[in-house]
Design a protein around this ligand. Structure first.
Ligand code: AMP
Ligand code: ZN
Length: 116
């Protein structure tokens, strides 16, 4: 846990969230500023800063985030695909330095991946 981390505070229940799923290792909750009709985040409960700092000792929780993505997306109505995004570091425009995977989708295709 990291004291000043907003997502650690969500894990601890100190900041409210609209929960999608929780188990011992991961938490999923709706993004506060949705960029698509369905937009939620999957995070490890342990504080991992980013994909840049992740390592093999965290492979189980990192794998779980991916392995659960489809089931959780379907639970939110995304039955025909979705997009996953993990922004990393300055170039990736990461805002919150607690690793998180965005799951985005809706009734219509999301369009090109990056605006140029
Ligand atoms: P990123 O740019 O990948 O670091 O994105 C951080 C995401 O966290 C953004 O989409 C924010 O809208 C979202 N976010 C920030 N604070 C909260 C919060 N308290 N509850 C839910 N989502 C949040
Ligand atoms: Zn954290």
């Amino acid at each position: 846990m990291s004291d000043n981390c907003i997502f650690c505070k969500i894990v601890k229940g100190e900041i409210p969230s609209r929960k999608v799923y929780e188990d011992d290792d991961i938490l999923a909750f709706h993004d506060i500023k949705p960029a698509a009709p369905v937009h939620f985040l999957i995070i490890p409960k342990m504080h991992i800063e980013s994909l840049d700092t992740a390592d093999m000792s965290q492979q189980l929780v990192l794998g779980k985030m991916l392995a659960k993505a489809g089931e959780l997306a379907r639970s939110q109505g995304l039955t025909d695909g979705f997009r996953t995004i993990v922004n990393t570091g300055r170039i990736g425009c990461q805002e919150v330095y607690h690793l998180h995977m965005h799951i985005l989708g809706g009734p219509n295709p999301l369009g090109v991946m990056l605006a140029h």
